[in-house]
Design a protein around this ligand. Sequence first.
Ligand code: FAD
Ligand SMILES: NC(=O)C1=CC=CN([C@@H]2O[C@H](COP(=O)(O)OP(=O)(O)OC[C@H]3O[C@@H](n4cnc5c(N)ncnc54)[C@H](O)[C@@H]3O)[C@@H](O)[C@H]2O)C1
Length: 328
Amino acid sequence: MSKAPIAIIGTGIAGLSAAQALHTAGQAVQLFDKSRRCGGRTASKQIESGSFDLGAQYFTARDRRFREALQHWQEEGWAAPWSPNLYLSRAGQLEPSTDEQARWVGTPQMASIARALLGDLPVTFSCRITEAFRGEELWTLVDADGASHGPFSHVIVATPAPQASALLAAAPKLAAVAASVAMEPTWAVALGFATPLPTQVEGCFVQDDALDWLARERSKPGRNGHLDTWVLHATNSWSRQHLDLSKEAVSEQLLGAFAELIDCVVPAPEFTLAHRWLYARPAQPHEWGALADAGLGLYACGDWCLSGRVEGAWLSGQEAARRLLEHL
Ligand SMILES: Cc1cc2nc3c(=O)[nH]c(=O)nc-3n(C[C@H](O)[C@H](O)[C@H](O)COP(=O)(O)OP(=O)(O)OC[C@H]3O[C@@H](n4cnc5c(N)ncnc54)[C@H](O)[C@@H]3O)c2cc1C
Ligand SMILES: NC(=O)C1=CC=CN([C@@H]2O[C@H](COP(=O)(O)OP(=O)(O)OC[C@H]3O[C@@H](n4cnc5c(N)ncnc54)[C@H](O)[C@@H]3O)[C@@H](O)[C@H]2O)C1
């Protein structure tokens, strides 16, 4: 009988990073995600007039191993540098914000990286895993419809921490660590304008009550939508305070804040979309790398194990795979 595959719950950057490392090492993997597509918080939304990045806006690469992976992504055309006309808005004043930081984006959209990393690996979408339990030797997963999946030799949980703790119940110490991680929400609003706004701004860090960040989609490489689409992110604190506000009210308030901030007249948008990220980022960075109960064969990874960024998620996935492989 062939060896049971390794189950990976979550197809964000962390889960995909672990999957790739294990696949490269000759291990069979089976991925699961509750969503209809991969990428998690590196999501891009496809609409008739183009696409835009709704979660992660760009990423930086500080770790040598991640820089090497990024070089490969660039060579393959999955990622490219993004050097926007960057501004800072403080106390209502908009000023250019030049820095030396290199930033990258997925091409032609942020979600392209996850799609490329997934490649042909076996995956089950629209499948929310609710339980992972171990028999004498092997693991079984149960989904929200009560269906069982398995058997698996090991399980890697690659979801945000609040969703990971229940899936780690077989290892109470790991479950407790995951349960101790607070994650902050972010409201995101996309606005599409029929006529390009007459401004030089392409990205802006905002120090404000409501807004935290705004980006102009068409300034990113490979984007060719016909609307001038902007993505606005609210601060974590504003998002927390307005967690249950309707999407319409959130769009209206953030559009108002944007119109006050930007140095031009803002017409009514052709298109508006609001999305609430309940678990956008860990409240604090950690240095766990990944969590492991090697005896049980249960592992956890995700941005919350490191820095709350794309780079942290990728490194955490690598670490989970490394720890699993060293115990085979
Ligand atoms: C609004 C916003 C802006 C951001 N901006 C940036 C930025 O500019 N730069 C940067 O570096 N980072 C940014 N980030 C953070 C970055 O997106 C994350 O750090 C990274 O994508 C996390 O990857 P992950 O794989 O750890 O988790 P996720 O991407 O959250 O992936 C987890 C996956 O698990 C799935 N899942 C969850 N529970 C279950 C379950 N029970 N069963 C099956 N599947 C499940 C989810 O559907 C998801 O696909 C931003 C995040 C947000 C939300
Ligand atoms: N909104 C959310 O939920 C987010 C979740 C997770 C990350 N988010 C943002 O992602 C970037 C990623 O950080 P980074 O990779 O360290 O990038 P950085 O560009 O170096 O930013 C770090 C930090 O510094 C501030 N900053 C950077 N450059 C400037 C500048 N030229 N002018 C003013 N301020 C600058 C910025 O506020 C960053 O927090 C990061 O933006 C997260 O906020 C969002």
